[in-house]
Design a protein around this ligand. Structure first.
Ligand code: SF4
Ligand code: SF4
Length: 96
């Protein structure tokens, strides 16, 4: 799907920069992106030794660390705020 540039309130051209993925190997689960997002796009999850992303309430001993995961990408408005606060540059964004 190709998404055309949209407009700001003042009618200026604006191309959304949507969050499409977070690299679980690089993410440190700091939660900064979660705090600045007003669209409920991400959720904190667990990364297992095998590289699987699992819910934190799983009580899973194999969880190695907490990572942020994209759980509702369709809710993203592409504001780019999460990318600006990420200290590890582990997010992938795209125009559409
Ligand atoms: S780009 Fe904006 S709306 Fe999308 S996940 Fe990041 S902070 Fe949330
Ligand atoms: S800001 Fe970056 S490192 Fe921190 S939880 Fe979000 S994606 Fe992970």
């Amino acid at each position: 799907m190709t998404m055309a540039a949209t407009l700001t309130r003042g009618g200026r051209s604006w191309t959304p920069d949507y969050l499409v993925a977070i690299d679980p190997e690089l993410c440190i689960g700091c939660g900064r992106c979660f705090k600045v997002c007003g669209r409920d796009v991400m959720t904190l999850q667990g990364l297992t030794e095998d590289g699987d992303i699992v819910p934190l309430d799983d009580d899973d001993d194999e969880i190695e660390k907490r990572v942020m995961a994209v759980h509702d990408p369709d809710a993203c408005i592409g504001c780019g705020a999460c990318a600006r606060v990420c200290p590890t540059s582990c997010q992938t964004h795209a125009a559409a």
